[in-house]
Design a protein around this ligand. Structure first.
Ligand code: FCB
Length: 460
């Protein structure tokens, strides 16, 4: 495997998944506190109240990163630590935490890569409509400006949102993530306001320091229909809609300033919140694109005649793009999440991004990883399947680079086992195992191998 000389090797986490300290130092509640404390929403009734207590163990955790040889650390900032009410009063102790984290990382020679929003919207803003309220976009830009003002003297590379597809479609469409709504029209509205918030945050930060590197992190994947269906079967439309929702909604608006026609064709259910000038705001030039990739997306035609997934004119019902299709059986080594392992999809994705978008900025893989819970034997966790996943995906990245795709770095998800959203602590993604009772951290064999990969710039 060959990687460019300055290729950046790191690993990623997010605030609610690791920090714990839910009420410490003036932190306000977020929608994930409310959601996880609602019975039945998270496996095992788990919450992020304590998580892996990173908030209190940060110096020790940075030392582990240093020992592993990480060159970069992608983390997210909890909006409700900085502004407990989502707007207005600033909590200095929250800002101080991220300032200390930044200093520790820099002291150890690790590049800080913050993401300003990884799904933990302040609860106070949800009470005002959350991402359904256009004002939330402005509040996000205001909050971003406060953080940027404090840390941009030491941090030059920033991401606005993490995976807005999940915020919009899992949070407001499928209802499996906070705030748990199930309405397609709401999902589209939330998507637009998230994008608007991204654009406004870019504008605010750019006006302060034009030379800083601003980007966004998207979860993207090739979307396939597996198997045959007659030309008039709704599966074809569903696949087009899935691709539009997962990939083109974000890429086309951000890079080309327009929404894909597949979505515009849905009419007011999609367009009702779009105002003049919004797309110009959304498509401000970016310096980099973060790509999160886990598996490609596969569906098979559904011949049962079920009408589930059709959107009515009010957007009521289920996820758009599910009509006439069912998820295809997983392929490759199946992870504890039930996800497929499809490394070649990452190569296909990277090459198609490069081909389809003329103004594609440099790409960074900001997440990629798998959930496996291999046993610890005499203090050793031999997670062979994670090692295979890691190396196979790195191979795909190196092949894309060889084909001319400008990929600048790779952040493995995740550095630590953590609170895996609706799955609670039941899914372990870490290079580092965490005993959630004792908070003991143990490097899995994959972590040790990753250190070697970093030292040799990709060579194993
Ligand atoms: C991504 C999220 C991340 C983590 C992984 C498994 O969608 O960004 O927080 O949950 O999936």
């Amino acid at each position: 495997m060959k990687f460019p000389e300055n290729f950046l090797w790191g690993s990623a986490t997010s605030s609610y998944q690791i920090e714990g300290a839910a009420t410490q130092d003036g932190r306000g509640p977020s929608i994930w506190d409310t959601f996880s404390h609602t019975p039945g929403k998270v496996v095992g009734g788990d919450t992020g109240d304590i998580a892996i207590d990173h908030y209190n163990r940060m110096p020790e955790d940075v030392q582990i990163m240093k020992d592993m040889g990480l060159q970069a650390y992608r983390f997210s900032i909890a909006w409700s630590r900085i502004m407990p009410e989502g707007k207005g009063a600033i909590e200095k102790r929250g800002l101080d935490f991220y300032s200390r984290l930044t200093d520790q990382l820099l002291e150890q020679g690790i590049k800080p890569l913050p993401t300003l929003y990884h799904w933990d919207l302040p609860e106070a803003l949800d009470k005002e409509g959350g991402w359904l309220n256009r004002d939330t976009a402005q509040h996000f830009a205001d909050y971003s400006a406060v953080v940027f003002e404090t840390l941009s003297d030491r941090i030059d590379t920033w991401a606005t949102l993490n995976e807005p597809w999940c915020s919009a479609f899992l949070g407001y469409g499928a209802g499996i993530h906070a705030p748990g709504h199930q309405n397609a029209a709401e999902a589209f509205k939330a998507a637009h306001h998230l994008l608007l918030g991204h654009g406004k945050a870019v504008e605010a930060m750019r006006s302060m320091k034009p030379e800083h590197k601003l980007g966004i992190v998207l979860n993207l994947a090739p979307v396939y229909l597996i198997g045959e269906a007659p030309a008039d079967h709704p599966a074809h439309q569903a696949i087009a809609l899935q691709d539009a929702m997962l990939n083109r909604l974000w890429l086309n608006s951000i890079l080309s300033g327009e929404y894909p026609s597949t979505l515009l064709d849905l009419g007011s259910v999609f367009t009702s919140s779009v105002q003049e000038g919004d797309l110009a705001q959304i498509s401000r030039p970016l310096d980099w694109l973060g790509v999160n990739y886990y598996q490609d997306s596969r569906s098979v035609p559904d011949f049962s005649g079920s009408t589930s997934g059709y959107i009515d004119s009010t957007g009521n019902g289920s996820m758009p793009g599910s009509q006439g299709v069912k998820p295809a059986p997983a392929v490759g080594e199946i992870t504890d999440f039930g996800w497929s392992t499809t490394p070649d999809g990452l190569r296909v994705l990277l090459e198609s991004l490069d081909q389809d978008y003329e103004n594609m900025p440099p790409i960074m893989i900001t997440e990629n990883g798998c959930a496996y819970d291999d046993p610890m034997v005499d203090g050793v966790i031999d997670d062979k399947r994670r090692i295979a996943y890691l190396t196979d995906h790195l191979k795909a990245v190196s092949e894309a680079i060889e084909q001319g795709v400008d990929v600048r770095g790779y952040m493995h998800w995740s550095l630590f086992d953590n609170f895996e959203w609706a799955e609670g602590y039941s899914k372990r993604f870490g290079l580092i195992h965490v005993d959630f009772e004792t908070q003991k951290r143990t490097l899995r064999n994959s972590a040790k191998l990753y250190s070697k990969i970093i030292r040799n710039n990709g060579d194993i």
